[in-house]
Unconditional design. Sequence first.
Length: 136
Amino acid sequence: MKAVVVTNTSEYGIENVELESPKANEIKVRLEAAGLCHSDLSLINGTVQGPLPLVLGHEGAGIVTEVGPATTRFRVGDHVVFTAQTDIPMLLDFHHQGRLDLDRMVSKIYAIDEIHQAFIDMQENVNAKGVIVFAQ
C-alpha cells in the first residue's frame, strides 16, 4: 500500500508500506480516498512533534478487506468512512443548517504522486480550507 510517510522534519515522501493483519476489534481498509489537513502539515514542518517515522492522514474512505477476531460491526466488503473527528452527525447538522460549507472545503483533488504540490498549495492557501483529498 502507498502512504505518505514523514521520516524527519520537512522530509516526507510516498512509500510502500505493509500492514499486519488486524488484531481483535480492528479492521483493514483498502483506501479509495484519503485526506490530509493542516495537522498533517504541522507534523511535516515540525510545529507539532510526533513519533517518527509517521504515516500521515487521519480521515479517509474505503472498503473493508479484512476483519480481526471479535470484530462484529464490520464485514469484508463494507464501505466505510473514518476520521479523527468523532461527531460526524454534528458536522452534518451544521452543514444542513448552512453553518459549515462542506462543498467548499475541498477545492481540488490530487493524485498521490502530487503530494508535494498539494502541500505547497495548502501553505499558499490555494486549496480553500487546507483539506487535501487524494483519490486513486
